[in-house]
Design a protein around this ligand. Sequence first.
Ligand SMILES: Cc1cc2nc3c(=O)[nH]c(=O)nc-3n(C[C@H](O)[C@H](O)[C@H](O)COP(=O)(O)O)c2cc1C
Ligand SMILES: C=C(O[C@@H]1CC(C(=O)O)=C[C@@H](OP(=O)(O)O)[C@H]1O)C(=O)O
Length: 352
Amino acid sequence: MSGDSFGKVFILTTFGESHGYGLGGVVQGCPSGIPLSEAFIQKYLDLRRPGKGISSTKRQEKDKVKLLSGVFEGKTTGTAIGFFIANEDMRSRDYSKIKNIYRPGHADFTYDKKYGFRDYRGGGRSSGRETVSRVVGGSIARAFLNTLGIVIQAYTLELGGIRVEKIDLNEIEKNYFFSPDKDVIPKWENRIQEVKSVGDTLGGIVEIRAFNVPAGLGEPVFDKLDARLAYALMGVGAVKGVEIGTGFEVAKKLGSQTNDFLTSNGFMSNNAGGILGGISSGQDIVVRAAVKPIPSLGKVQRTVDTKGREVEIRVGGRHDISAIPRIVPVLEAMVALVLADFILLQRRMGTF
Ligand SMILES: Cc1cc2nc3c(=O)[nH]c(=O)nc-3n(C[C@H](O)[C@H](O)[C@H](O)COP(=O)(O)O)c2cc1C
Ligand SMILES: C=C(O[C@@H]1CC(C(=O)O)=C[C@@H](OP(=O)(O)O)[C@H]1O)C(=O)O
């Protein structure tokens, strides 16, 4: 499988760069007869779209999806689903100054080491813009998961070191931060303004939950459900850590505080985050992703040019102050892709 594809049975392949004609992909393995429309996918794309909100890049993209194949009379045909999204607001000339300079924290240096050639117009293939195709693939996975009653919900748990104090799932769709705690939003907005005014950027934590996931998805070795989720989330730019359930806190706990005791009515707690031995337990899946601050920032930073000479850089162009909240629907999409893939793998074994 190439580095441009994800999944074993429900497979998403993406193409495109931030400043090319556009981006798109092909989904293979989606079962036939699943209700699917451009309007359904667009709802998720609009949640990720750049150009709105105080932490977002000012680049204006409509991100209108065009379905090219694999859907007839509002249902999937079981064949490859092709899709395309045009780039409309590139301003590629703004990037000539990073043609020969590596931005600290971005993929410029490593990309050049790997390919010996770089599309310097923005992040190219390494740009967060590529995640537009993940959201399309993820929403097709969701259309399939919907038929099974599986629901995925992600939200911002922390932004710039300020954590939500309560989790009210009804609040999430009402604000563009995907915050489950509306009272924390003014604090986040102040923090963003503060950091933006000095040319800096912010990170945070996203929590993703999956409900109604049947017990029995995953593998006992290698392709453990938790391993595949971590792989999926870490495959998104700016994600630097993944936790499942209690996560890193387990290191400080006793075994008796960590185990989820079983009763005839089910589990008494969910420290495991819905996964035991790499296989779903039937409890909610709970995963968190740590997101680093945006590397392209307005402060002067030290770096080198392509000849290795030391230079200073103050990155221009239109950049997010934080990948949060736009990364939230992307991470949701990645979890949807993993669950769809595992369900179809399980179907091959004769279950589900
Ligand atoms: C939705 C999203 C938006 C992003 N926006 C920007 C941006 O505006 N500017 C930028 O330099 N990096 C942005 N990033 C982060 C970079 O793409 C990422 O840091 C870079 O590819 C390097 O990869 P790494 O952080 O995984 O090492 C964004 C990432 C995502 C997922
Ligand atoms: C355009 C989007 O986000 C981009 C993600 C990104 C990056 O380096 O990751 C850098 C900026 O774009 P450019 O490639 O023009 O520098 C963001 O605007 C998008 O998400 O649709």
